[in-house]
Design a protein around this ligand. Sequence first.
Ligand SMILES: N[C@@H](CCC(=O)N[C@@H](CS)C(=O)NCC(=O)O)C(=O)O
Length: 295
Amino acid sequence: MSEQNTYEPPKVWKWDSESGGHFASINRPIAGHTHEKELPVGDHPMQLYSLGTPNGVKVTIMLEELLALGHTEAEYNAWLINIGEGDQFSSGFVEINPNSKIPALNDTSTNPPTRVFESGAILLYLAEKFGAFLPSDPAMRPEMLSWLFWQMGSAPYLGGGFGHFYAYAPEKYEYPINRFAMEVKRQLDVLDRHLADSKYMCGDEYTIADIAIWPWYGSLALGKAYEAGEFLDVQSYKNMQRWTAMIGERAAVKRGRMVNRAMGPLHEQLRERHDASDFEHKTQDKIEAEKPSES
Ligand SMILES: N[C@@H](CCC(=O)N[C@@H](CS)C(=O)NCC(=O)O)C(=O)O
């Protein structure tokens, strides 16, 4: 270990300075809204307020998969919540999610509307509502729930732990990078060993466990998360590579990962989705091309 410990914690922690790093400006030690603003509402039953991060993508993949199965009641408006600008702290958003984090869903087909927050809860809510992407054998349900909750408990070590210290912290600190690289490689090995004998996370059926895990660990396996593919030697997890490629081929997955995306290639960004035809006409490359030139 190379760092010198120069920090002595005070008796009582106080919020008196930004901690530095990529997300410092939006981090606050208190909950609640910072400004009054209603959320927009569209015509479809499902109102999604989100951003194309792995947690957001779980839900847009699920909604696209449900629509692909013919569940028209899963039609949705996907509104962009810019977390860098603090949209998650508006009064309207906090009413849907008191935890001020994307994704948040409002199902307006029920009376009164049903709010759901936490991506795992949203997946389970939609799966139960439409009777889809759950194991057909009830005996497999605990297995599906176990992997779903495994993902919810594990990803913070990947994102908030490894990703934060490897990619976003103001400096590279050896101790936390080692600690979280160790844990993330262990998690990849858990998945890799399981997928050696199982086509999907729950045997031969594609379920919400796959939909929850793929945006995080599939992206890591592809080397897309935190540019850490080589560092974590992701290619060595062969069963993970097979599963990642197989799920990435699904048309609904390809569409779902574009929705509410506000980074990367412009033709892959559908920042808001209000109609199925938006994939054709409203990607960011087309929107930019239609803008009048400034000269
Ligand atoms: N456990 C939550 C985590 C959601 C989460 O961390 N969302 C992040 C983006 S991926 C967010 O909204 N961050 C904004 C903030 O922390 O202010 C879930 O799975 O829904």
